[in-house]
Design a binder for this molecule. Structure first.
Ligand SMILES: Cc1cc2nc3c(=O)[nH]c(=O)nc-3n(C[C@H](O)[C@H](O)[C@H](O)COP(=O)(O)OP(=O)(O)OC[C@H]3O[C@@H](n4cnc5c(N)ncnc54)[C@H](O)[C@@H]3O)c2cc1C
Length: 358
């Protein structure tokens, strides 16, 4: 089957990767010269933050994807020689008030969870500030998402996918519920039997031009980057909605803001101040360091963070995989698998109904 995938973020690339592995002929159309939107900007935590606060539809995909990540990391290393640095460092959530909900959630999803008091936190992570209690999920990993994207771009190229950049889809050609081609702003026309829309935060806006209303909108997130001579932070650490993520080479990411400011991607001095304060509160040592970089990305926000995965209404051959909101990196492997299974008419690993587009 010939498939055009629109958008080369983590969702589009992984969907293309899985389709190509099954022998489909895939073309990816990406509006920029590189994949540098939300999937590049994200922190790479391979778990929702405070996962028990999410709908079961999010937990179901997260659980499947977490099991798939180590296999994906191995596959990509073998295929491309790129190490995506999947680091199972654990996630420590400080001064969490809904500990009981966390325990119930962990039992239900068979996740290891430890509750720590002040002394246990000090022993485990002596460089953190003073905190009274914490919930630890020791199995949670983080991934170096820019490397994951590069590995996927190389992998799809090796699998024969046509990865076309600077190709912004702006026009649809359809008749009687059948889409037969799209045109890009450069005037190129691409025909296929099937189309997958994986345009992240732009999906709502783009699909309006096809007279389809999908409640996906951009939600800005800003991040800071620190660099230490060597890594001094052992875990992903969350406190009051902000977090620190350790990379193996001494980088520490601090995130993130949640701003409803449309498609504006500017960074602000206000966010710099808020995030730096949080970073220093969690790990006082960071007061001695200046952030070396600040950036922003646009999350594809959907109601309750539940992505839209399935066929578009009124179209026989147009599929959507978007709206993963704050969890696109963790949910990507399972979201892509669900869409590919639906496209092939296979039995799905999860109940597809919560993600359906009505
Ligand atoms: C600050 C921040 C921190 C985050 N941290 C995490 C985290 O720790 N863990 C986690 O799981 N998730 C995290 N996320 C969320 C995650 O990054 C997103 O959910 C995910 O990247 C969405 O992937 P996507 O492929 O749908 O979108 P994107 O990565 O935005 O990709 C969409 C692509 O479509 C392209 N496109 C758009 N319109 C068109 C068009 N008309 N034609 C062709 N191409 C088009 C865009 O250029 C883009 O490359 C974070 C996000 C942000 C912003």
């Amino acid at each position: 089957m010939k498939v055009v995938v629109i958008g080369a973020g983590i969702i589009g690339l992984l969907t293309a990767y899985k389709l190509a592995k099954l022998g489909h002929q895939v073309v990816i159309l990406e509006k920029h010269s590189q994949s540098q939107e939300s999937s590049w900007a994200g922190g790479g935590i391979v778990s929702p933050m405070y996962p028990w606060r999410y709908a079961p539809a999010v937990s179901a995909l997260a659980t499947l994807a977490q099991a798939e990540y180590p296999i994906l990391a191995q596959e990509l290393l073998a295929l491309t020689n790129i190490n995506i640095e999947l680091n199972q460092c654990g996630m420590l959530m400080l001064d969490t008030e809904d500990k009981r909900d966390a325990i119930v959630w962990a039992q239900h999803y068979q996740q290891q969870l430890d509750c720590l008091d002040k002394n246990a936190i000090k022993q485990l992570a002596p460089l953190l500030g003073e905190f009274n209690n914490a919930v630890l999920l020791p199995q949670v990993a983080n991934v170096r998402n820019p490397r994951l994207l590069q590995a996927l771009v190389n992998a799809v190229n090796l699998l024969g996918v046509q990865h076309i950049t600077q190709a912004e889809v702006c026009q649809w050609h359809h008749q009687q519920g059948q889409l037969f081609a799209v045109t890009t702003t450069t005037g190129q026309r691409y025909e296929a039997e099937c189309f997958v829309v994986a345009t992240g935060a732009w999906s709502g806006q783009l699909l309006k031009t096809l007279q389809v209303d999908i409640p996906i909108k951009p939600m800005k997130g800003q991040m800071l980057l620190y660099k230490l001579a060597q890594q001094r932070l052992s875990h992903i650490v969350l406190h009051q909605g902000h977090y620190l993520i350790p990379r193996q080479d001494g980088h520490i990411l601090c995130g993130s803001t949640l701003e409803d400011t449309g498609f504006d991607k500017h960074t602000t001095s206000q966010a710099l101040e808020i995030l730096a304060q949080s970073a220093q509160g969690i790990m006082p040592l960071l007061a001695q360091h200046q952030p070396i970089k600040q950036w922003a990305g646009l999350r594809p926000a959907s109601p309750n963070g539940i992505p839209f995965i399935g066929k578009l209404p009124h179209f026989e051959n147009v599929w959507l995989n978007a709206g993963q909101f704050r969890n696109g990196l963790v949910l990507a492997p399972a979201s892509a698998q669900l869409l590919v299974d639906l496209m092939q008419g296979n039995k799905t690993q999860v109940d597809e109904s919560p993600y359906q587009i009505i």
